[in-house]
Design a protein around this ligand. Structure first.
Ligand code: AMP
Length: 210
């Protein structure tokens, strides 16, 4: 099953995708995670995209599409995958259709107020990238990652100014993808506002009906 997880920043795409991928045994491909890894390792790509990402803008389509195309050459995608945070523009979606055939798109819906609340409370492991939230996804020990013991930090693009910009960028560039995929008949809406376990259940029910 080849799936796209769509929705505004903070809709829970990453959290839900990691749980569903674990259950289905397919890879979770997050362009945000791939870019953050490149930044952490200060690769050529990482140096190029660091400032763009920290301000909340989008990385140019050509770089992003090349990254995903390369990732999809990995043999682990044979049984399918979840693309989390890609595509984010119509141009990216058009490019994707040239090298992959997507079975379904899950669109996570959430209000702007919830987005702001979620992103402001979000924490990230500096070491392995696992995600947490000060109210809803607490680590066992405050400030420490359950999975690897790494330090939990606030993502630079979760700062208030960057959050505002990311929402504006979402409405301008990414929201049009809802109609794009609805017209193709493969869009499925899931309410992203309840707690994680409920959204995972709704998403699994939706996927099993595809
Ligand atoms: P995310 O972790 O999905 O919220 O992504 C973090 C940041 O990475 C975004 O705010 C963008 O700057 C960049 N990014 C991730 N995915 C894409 C994409 N498909 N196109 C362009 N930029 C992206």
């Amino acid at each position: 099953m080849k799936l796209i997880f769509l929705g505004p920043p903070g809709a829970g795409k990453g959290t839900i995708a990691s749980k569903i991928c674990e259950n289905l045994g397919i890879p979770h491909i997050s362009t945000g995670d791939l870019f953050r890894k490149a930044i952490k390792n200060q690769t050529e790509l990482g140096k190029k995209v660091q400032q763009i990402i920290e301000s909340g803008d989008l990385v140019p389509d050509a770089l992003t599409v090349a990254l995903v195309k390369e990732r999809l050459n990995n043999p682990d995608v044979e049984k399918g995958y979840i693309l989390d945070g890609f595509p984010r523009t119509i141009g990216q979606a058009d490019s994707l259709s040239e090298f992959s055939s997507i079975d379904a798109v899950i669109n996570f819906t959430i209000t702007d107020d919830q987005v702001i609340k979620r992103l402001a409370g979000r924490r990230l492991c500096k070491n392995c990238g696992a995600g947490y939230h000060v109210d809803t996804v607490k680590p066992k020990e405050e400030g420490i990652c359950d999975k690897c013991g790494g330090e939990l930090i606030i993502r630079p693009d979760d700062a208030p100014e960057a959050i505002k910009n990311r929402l504006a960028v979402y409405y301008e560039s990414t929201e049009p993808l809802i109609d794009y995929y609805r017209q193709k008949g493969i869009l499925n809406d899931v309410d992203g506002s309840p707690e994680v376990a409920a959204v995972v259940k709704d998403t699994e029910t939706t996927i099993s009906a595809i």
